[in-house]
Design a binder for this molecule. Structure first.
Ligand SMILES: Nc1ncnc2c1ncn2[C@@H]1O[C@H](COP(=O)(O)OP(=O)(O)OP(=O)(O)O)[C@@H](O)[C@H]1O
Ligand SMILES: [Mg+2]
Length: 364
């Protein structure tokens, strides 16, 4: 029986809040479209089903509130985290028990997703923080580069003057180490040419990365493709995009150590906000690995330069990747747990990264 006969599905389906109605025995009586989206379930599969079909994947948080509300008065809780198999959403949740005229009991649950707002402010902070750190690092690298060139040149002159092979061994070390430092500084300074933008098929980028990864890692790694072929071309610098994805994929290869699977997944997103800008179409690229996950102690600072878990890297790969994607007006995010690490690259489609921003906030 429909517990809300006066409200048509049409009205409820157009709400920005999720609405779920449970019967007294906690079978789902109704859920609107937003609820389907937030909980990542289909009404067809859960309506009329016992709680075990949905409660497992949506965490005890919701269940606890519903049980508590059975006492009689509405309960509101802020910042409830609901975990689904694929994602995590943070909601404000209100649970209201009602009894209709016929004496039947229902429980209405309203969920308002708040992490959309949290995500936007976090992104803005992330982008600003990245830009600042990048400037500091580049400035520093630049300052060191010139005197280093002087040192190397002097060591070379000295080498030419030395007769003793034993002493030349020392100048050789100076030159070698100066070269090593020089290479590091070059990476810190980032690409030394201006980006050259053209129409890019994101799948060509991923195929190149796939070939390179397979060539480097051999048969121990499987690279699975899960592409949405309908994604239109975007405007970008092919080499820089390959570099960005490769930096992420190489980390995955290193994390997988012995063996494992990397999945390259593409999807299209509509009306997505990146930083302060809203884009009509955005390409989403997920680079997923089933390795051990990001060490928790570096998770918050992952994209900053020099952050590494001490596996022999310089801690520059992700910072460079983020900076390259930012130049394309995009963003990289990461979620990680043991067995699944997902780096997600968002790249606006139809927006020219070389063009200046206009005053409005919607980009086609
Ligand atoms: N897929 C992943 N799984 C587990 N840990 C990862 C993954 N990707 C990155 N990390 C961790 O993040 C750290 C930072 O990565 P980043 O690419 O910035 O630097 P790096 O790989 O250490 O050095 P570089 O890329 O400069 O050679 C890595 O050291 C690693 O500990
Ligand atoms: Mg790396």
């Amino acid at each position: 029986m429909n517990p809300l006969p006066v409200l048509s599905d049409n009205v409820l389906d157009n709400l920005a809040s999720a609405v779920i109605v449970f019967e007294a025995d906690l079978r789902v009586a109704y859920l609107n479209q937003m609820a389907e989206m937030i909980l990542a379930v289909s009404a067809k599969h859960v309506v009329g089903e016992p709680p075990s079909t949905w409660a497992d994947c949506h965490g005890e948080a919701l269940m606890d509130l519903i049980t508590a509300s059975a006492v009689g008065s509405p309960i509101t809780k802020r910042g409830v985290v609901l975990r689904t198999e694929r994602s995590e959403v943070t909601v404000d949740c209100t649970v209201t028990p009602i009894i209709d005229e016929a004496g039947a009991k229902y429980i209405i649950v309203e969920l308002q997703q708040i992490d959309r707002h949290l995500r936007i402010s976090r992104e803005e902070r992330l982008i600003t923080q990245q830009a600042l750190t990048r400037d500091v690092v580049r400035g520093l690298a630049h300052e060191i580069k010139n005197p280093l060139g002087g040192l190397r040149g002097a060591a070379q002159l000295l080498e030419a003057e030395l007769d003793s092979a034993e002493l030349r061994e020392y100048t050789r070390i100076i030159i070698q180490e100066a070269d090593r430092l020089q290479e590091l500084l070059n990476r810190m300074l980032g690409p030394n040419r201006r980006p050259s933008y053209s129409q890019v098929n994101i799948h060509h980028v991923l195929e190149r990365v796939r070939t390179l990864v397979l060539a480097e890692a051999g048969t121990r790694i499987r690279v699975v493709r899960d592409y949405d072929p309908s994604i239109p071309e975007l405007i970008g610098d092919m080499d820089q995009l390959i570099q960005a994805v490769l930096n992420i994929a190489r980390n995955a290869v290193r994390a997988l150590d012995e063996a494992g699977t990397i999945t390259l997944r593409t999807r299209i997103q509509r009306q997505l906000t990146i930083g302060a800008w809203r884009y009509r179409l955005v390409a989403q690229v997920d680079i997923v690995d089933d390795g051990p996950g990001i060490p928790p102690e570096i998770a918050d600072t992952l994209f900053l330069p020099m952050v590494t878990a001490g596996t022999g890297g310089m801690g520059l790969g992700l910072s460079i990747a983020q900076s390259l994607i930012n130049q394309h007006k995009g963003l990289i995010e990461c979620t990680s747990r043991e067995g699944e690490t997902v780096f997600t690259i968002y790249l606006p489609i139809g927006s020219d990264p070389g063009a200046e921003r206009q005053g409005d906030t919607t980009h086609d």
